[in-house]
Write a protein that binds this ligand. Structure first.
Ligand SMILES: Nc1ncnc2c1ncn2[C@@H]1O[C@H](COP(=O)(O)OP(=O)(O)O)[C@@H](O)[C@H]1O
Ligand SMILES: [Mg+2]
Length: 280
């Protein structure tokens, strides 16, 4: 049993069953699809988006694990109002078996929390690399989806985490600073890592169609400065826009999942639609 003090009822560490009457979880022959959620710039809404996409996928009957891969600056626990004395750090040091560190989250998915303020995870060492790989290898067969909530930027920790994923989901806002940083991430990934599907979710949009413009702007610079000469050019697959909404800030402050507290609001519905696109 884990040390989770506020974890909701349910078997920790067990992938969820499909809800009664829901679609049974499909077998994952090659194991879970691993999606790295990243952004370039920090504070754009990665953790909020990851947690709510996980809840939307879980509602579809998918067995979902969110791994707080923002090693050292973890805050998934804050967004989900979970407290655990056991974190990825204890798994890495061998103090706790992996199963005991996986907790059930309010949205019907599982989480593996990282410790925060741990200086040893601010740079990638061969040991951290091996441990992270070991954790991913162990969880992959047990879930349909693993979402990696990465840190911002293009540090070696972030880049290594992304390299473990089958696809990359870039979260950007329409702000020029966010776009510039999203571009930097795409550029570095294209130059240093294997080509994989790269998706884009535009968060905090102010008006209809803004995400499409953002995607077009980003794709244009990618075509011009990244894709020239690439055997497999990067095509950003736009999976949706989440509007800027005061309710989001409020639910984050109250530490609730938007999909649970305000499932009918436009931002929640946009996240459900984006999760559906991830399943396409
Ligand atoms: N669609 C949105 N509308 C309004 N506020 C948002 C939205 N998305 C995110 N936020 C705000 O941005 C803050 C940062 O989000 P977070 O997920 O922690 O970012 P990141 O993980 O990228 O650093 C949240 O606390 C929330 O208040
Ligand atoms: Mg975050």
């Amino acid at each position: 049993m884990s040390d989770a003090a506020q974890a909701p009822a349910g078997p920790p560490g067990q992938p969820q069953k499909a809800p009664p009457g829901g679609t049974p979880p499909k077998a994952a022959p090659g194991g879970a699809r691993i999606t790295a959620v990243t952004s370039g710039k920090g504070g754009v809404g990665k953790t909020f988006v990851t947690a709510n996409l996980a809840a939307a996928l879980a509602r579809r009957g998918e067995r979902v694990l969110v791994l707080d891969a923002d090693l050292g600056l973890a805050n998934l626990d804050v967004v989900l109002n979970l407290y655990s004395r056991v974190t990825l750090h204890d798994v890495f040091t061998g103090r706790t078996p992996l199963e005991d560190a996986i907790l059930p989250a309010p949205g019907g998915f599982s989480v593996l929390l990282a410790g925060s303020g741990l200086i040893e995870y601010s740079r990638m060492t061969p040991e951290v690399r091996d441990k992270l790989l070991e954790v991913i290898t162990k969880v992959r067969p047990r879930y349909d989806h693993v979402l990696l909530d990465t840190g911002a930027g293009i540090s070696d920790v972030v880049l290594f985490t992304i390299s473990l994923a089958d696809e990359v989901l870039i979260v950007a806002t329409p702000e020029p600073t966010s776009l510039a940083d999203a571009y930097a991430t795409v550029k570095v990934l294209a130059a240093t890592q294997a080509a994989r599907p790269m998706r884009l979710l535009v968060n905090q949009t102010e008006r209809m169609g803004e995400g499409r413009t953002v995607r077009a702007q980003l794709q244009q610079v990618v075509d011009r400065f990244v894709n020239a000469g690439l055997p497999r050019p990067v095509k950003l697959d736009h999976i949706g826009d989440v509007p800027q909404d005061k309710a989001v800030r409020e639910t984050v402050q109250r530490r609730l999942l938007l999909l649970e507290s305000l499932p009918g609001c436009a931002a929640a519905q946009a996240l459900v639609a984006a999760a559906n696109k991830l399943l396409d």
